[in-house]
Design a protein around this ligand. Structure first.
Ligand code: ADP
Length: 393
């Protein structure tokens, strides 16, 4: 089995060839700046990297160029790929398991676009163009919401009029589910223990927290859309919904303008002008007050969720950090868990400072709660889900 994993965004397509059994990754590709005058295709094969800069008018052309480059490098996808796994952001109430894509499924995913207008349309486009390129193998959709489908009603229900909520599918769905599930499973494998109470903190450009009891999520920070919860690179996370009405009435902003404000001009970027965490840290070191405040707001929110989930769970074995910021920014980990010895949480500064691409413990031996850094691997998780579904048919 070789699974091609595709993650299609509004102006980019990422893909990777993965052997689900042993987890090895073959070629990795990135097509970006689709629709701009100069786009970029980057291919990363073991021991060989190539790049092309040219106009990429649309997703179909982008994928075609990338596949042609792969063929030139001696990788014929038509020969090697046995299935394609697609990351799909919103499965709504309809999809909570990996699902083989046919025309009807694709239409349903498209219909869920009202719940995820920024994400599902490019996911659908990615599936369409990949199906055209590789029509003879099964294509499987793996949903970001799926892991959280069974959230307890008290955690998934918004306290609004129940008829309105039902009519419009308004509930907390949760996202980054593939990562939260994968990381929590890796934690149990790594520690050789089962049935753990865990808080998983996925801190990348998007960021989310989850509370997991014995493999099942009981709460998560993202909601109807990936906008709720933690402070993110460009997204606000939690705000008073009254802000939306205030902007509508006082700033005469329409719904698209507010959507753009909260999704693209908020979070770290909104507060400091910068959404990349490394650049933010450099600004803080240079004495930038806005960057320092943005960082403080980020940490404050993160600590609030950690506290909430400790009480939610009632008992805690593990806190796991993952994704770009969680895996790399030791300062964030230290600040998120500072002064929590009274709650049985103590980070070892030396362990926390060590860098690496493998799972590792960063708490002290005496810490009642084990704190870990666990690299996420959503591509592998998608490849495995795809493989399992296709093999069982
Ligand atoms: P995405 O949500 O796009 O998958 P990632 O998980 O790749 O995002 O995380 C991207 C974020 O991780 C960026 O803000 C980036 O600055 C941050 N990051 C990556 N490496 C480091 C590092 N060494 N130190 C601090 N932040 C880092």
């Amino acid at each position: 089995m070789t699974v091609l994993v595709v993650n299609s965004g509004s102006s980019s397509i990422k893909f990777q060839l993965v052997e689900p059994e042993d987890g090895t990754a073959g070629a990795t590709g990135l097509v970006e700046q689709i629709g701009e005058t100069e786009g970029r295709v980057v291919l990363d094969l073991p021991g060989d990297e190539s790049e092309k800069r040219l106009e990429i008018p649309d997703h179909a052309k982008g994928l075609q160029i990338a596949f042609d480059m792969l063929a030139d490098a001696g990788v014929d996808l038509h020969d090697s790929v046995t299935a394609v796994g697609h990351r799909v952001v919103h499965g709504g109430e309809v999809f909570y398991r990996p699902t083989v894509v046919d025309d009807a499924v694709l239409k349903q995913i498209d219909e869920l676009s009202s719940l995820a207008p920024l994400h599902n349309p490019p996911n659908v486009l990615g599936i369409e163009v990949a199906r055209r390129q590789l029509p003879d193998v099964p294509h499987v959709a793996v949903f970001d919401t799926a892991f959280f489908h069974g959230l307890p009603a008290a955690a998934s229900t918004y306290a609004i009029d129940r008829d309105t909520a039902r009519q419009y599918g308004i509930r907390r769905y949760g996202f980054h589910g593939t990562s939260h599930e994968y990381v929590s499973q890796q934690v149990e494998k790594f520690l050789g223990r089962e049935g753990l109470d865990q808080i998983v903190l996925h801190l990348g450009n998007g960021a989310s927290a989850s509370a997991i009891r014995a493999g099942e999520p009981i709460d998560t920070s993202m909601g109807l859309t990936p906008l709720e919860g933690l402070v993110m690179g460009t997204r606000s996370g939690d705000i008073d919904p009254g802000i939306v009405m205030h902007l509508r009435r006082s700033a005469d902003m329409d719904v698209d303008a507010i959507d753009e404000l909260l999704n693209r001009r908020s979070g770290l970027k909104g507060m400091s002008g910068i959404n990349d965490f490394r650049a933010l840290q450099q600004r803080i070191d240079g004495g930038d007050g806005d960057a320092a405040l943005a960082y403080d707001v980020y940490i404050h929110r993160l600590r609030k969720y950690i506290g909430a989930y400790m009480v939610d769970l009632g008992h805690l074995d593990v806190i796991a950090f993952t994704a770009g910021v969680g895996e790399n920014a030791s300062q964030v980990r230290a600040d998120a868990l500072a002064n929590l010895q009274g709650f049985g949480i103590e980070i070892d500064p030396e362990r926390n400072a060590q860098r690496g691409k493998v799972a590792r413990v960063i708490s002290t031996d005496g810490s009642a709660v084990t704190v870990l850094v666990v690299p996420t691997n959503e591509e592998l998780a998608i490849a495995r889900a795809t493989d399992a579904l296709v093999s069982s048919r």
